[in-house]
Ligand binder design. Sequence first.
Ligand SMILES: [Zn+2]
Length: 117
Amino acid sequence: MNDIYCDQIIPKLIDVEIVSETGHLFAFHHTNPYWERHIVIVPKDHIESLSRLTEDHELLKKEIMDTLIKISSTVEKDFGGCSIVTNVGDQQTSKHLHWYIYAGRKLRNEDGTMVKI
Ligand SMILES: [Zn+2]
């Protein structure tokens, strides 16, 4: 299964630029950004997607919301605004809950090729 977060990012086998880290969450700059600012937020424990969160995850839910607020506020100051995205089910390429906060110029197309300037 394609799960770069459990396999490499969370155990810190890949060098990433950390944005913030809390008890249950890890936020870092995308290693292959699609946008000028492209931050990824993942829970440290494996959770498949947003739709798998339950009442057992109240602390994590609060940490996710606090982190989204904190990081999006910073990105808003830098870029004037941002988008916050998470995909569920068939829309996920990686089956580990992750959020993107992105802003600024688009660098890559959906297929990963560079955007021509
Ligand atoms: Zn995982």
